[in-house]
Ligand binder design. Structure first.
Ligand code: XUL
Ligand code: CO
Length: 457
């Protein structure tokens, strides 16, 4: 995430030409479903038909897409080596409240034209930070009043909000895990406001991503204390959520590294172990971002599957990376095999609600045209729509499932059934082997499974 670069110039342009009620995406109408459209027609959905009922639910309900505010409305195309490349018509070059409101209006025009029902944001994406916490919070109050109004007008809902606990210098040594209690208290105070805003805007989830919760060197780090402190703050969250009646699902988003060298929320299983160690597993689920999964050295769908089989898959930041690079590129998910594997898991667990598929993805810094904002989201939504259709077909035909079931058939009776139930003993297993001898080798048939999957993609 590098959407937090400062504005390119301090020169404020008058906002007169883009004030309230003005159109920013001129000439673009609501994106339509046009099955069979040609290869060069990229401003239409060819596979995503929001209201089509598939497997007992509308595609919109299965997919629950959301647009993220940070990349899509704060991203300027800068990288560690280059200045911003992207200039948006609603930006006046300042971080003023006026510009923040104008940006929000542009965002809701975009959501509506794209036909997307959810959005997500960090507190600091939508409102500028003030000199004091009070001033910052009052900025947030004012901006979220407008957000509420725009949400009511358009019917767009909040999938989740989150607190930016990583960009400000105060958090350079961590937020909830900072060695200075003063900073931990600041993070907790910021989270308090975040939960209040979540409640105000009926957020369906609330996310924690700990980019600075980790270490650069073990030498200066008391890991045990840092983990204890993080758990303490998360317990305060559970308490305050209950106190104010906020009903959103709490989510933790794993990532192994970047910006910290090692992050405590390394991957799905690490987070699940952390939650169980501190007795927090009833209160949190996982927001899996596949680009983070591949950074952790796993295959694309790994964390989605692992979280799901543990009953902990809450939501997905649907993006992809370039595993050959080894850093977080937050690309739009365009690979249908990947989306098929994800939707297969989502289908098997009966859906994602109250979570969704949030496009934590940014157009490339070379994709500077306004239309690229639409093309990227449309392409990704179509990829997931194809993934859903494929997954439904896989489930309906049941071939893959049957192959897997047969692979484990030996656990249905005899000693296998007892092992599965947990009622066998080492002595019994020894007797079994004495009686039946060495097991026969069975092929894993990997290539057969891969060929069967290819049939559907
Ligand atoms: C960072 C990342 C964040 C979280 C929310 O890599 O994915 O945008 O999703 O803070
Ligand atoms: Co993310």
């Amino acid at each position: 995430m590098s959407a937090f670069a400062p504005p390119r110039s301090k020169k404020a342009r008058s906002s007169g030409s883009h004030g309230s009620g003005n159109e920013f995406f001129k000439g673009i109408e609501k994106i339509e479903y046009k099955p069979g459209a040609g290869a060069d027609e990229v401003m239409v959905f060819k596979h995503y038909n929001a209201s089509e009922v598939i497997n007992g639910r509308t595609m919109q309900d299965w997919l629950r897409f959301s647009v993220c505010f940070w990349h899509t409305f704060r991203g300027v195309g800068s990288d560690p080596f280059g200045f911003p490349t992207i200039q948006r018509p609603w930006e006046d070059g300042t971080d003023s409240m006026e510009n923040a409101k104008q940006r929000l209006r542009a965002a809701f025009e975009f959501f509506t034209k794209l036909g997307i029902k959810y959005w997500t944001f960090h507190d600091r994406d939508i409102a500028p930070e003030g000199q004091t916490l009070e001033e910052t919070n009052s900025n947030l109050d004012e901006i979220t009043d407008l957000a509420k109004e725009l949400m009511e007008q358009t019917g767009v809902k909040l999938l989740w909000n989150t607190c930016n606990l990583f960009a400000h210098p105060r958090y350079m040594n961590g937020a909830m895990t900072n060695p200075d209690a003063h900073v931990v208290a600041y993070a907790a105070a910021q989270i308090k406001k975040g939960l209040e805003i979540g409640k105000k805007l009926n957020a369906e989830n609330f996310v924690f991503w700990g980019g600075r919760e980790g270490y650069f060197t073990i030498l200066n780090t008391d890991i045990r204390s840092e983990l204890d402190h993080m758990a303490s703050v998360l317990r305060m969250v559970v308490e305050y959520k209950k106190k104010i009646g906020f009903t959103g699902q709490l989510l933790i988003e794993p990532k192994p590294k970047e910006p910290s060298r090692h992050q405590y929320d390394y991957d799905a299983m690490t987070v699940i172990a952390f939650l169980h160690s501190y007795g927090l597993q009833e209160h949190f689920k996982i927001n899996v971002e596949p680009n983070h999964t591949t950074l952790a050295g796993h295959p694309y769908e790994h964390d989605v599957v692992m979280a799901s089989v543990c009953g902990m898959l809450g939501s997905i930041d649907s993006n992809t990376g370039s595993p050959d690079l080894g850093w977080d590129t937050d690309q739009f998910p365009m690979d249908v095999k990947n989306t098929t594997m994800v939707m297969k898991t989502v289908l098997e667990q009966g859906g994602l609600a109250p979570g969704g598929l949030n496009f934590d993805a940014k157009v490339r810094r070379e994709s500077t045209h306004l239309n690229d904002m639409f093309i990227s989201h449309i392409g990704a939504m179509d990829s997931f729509a194809r993934g859903l259709r494929n997954a439904v077909k896989i489930a309906e035909e049941g071939i893959l499932m049957k192959m897997v079931q047969e692979r484990y058939a030996s656990f249905e009776s005899g000693v296998g059934a007892k092992i599965a139930k947990g009622s066998s003993t080492l002595e019994e297993c020894e007797d079994f082997i004495k009686k039946y001898g060495d097991p026969e080798p069975h092929s894993g048939h990997q290539e057969m499974y891969e060929s069967v999957l290819n049939h559907y993609v």
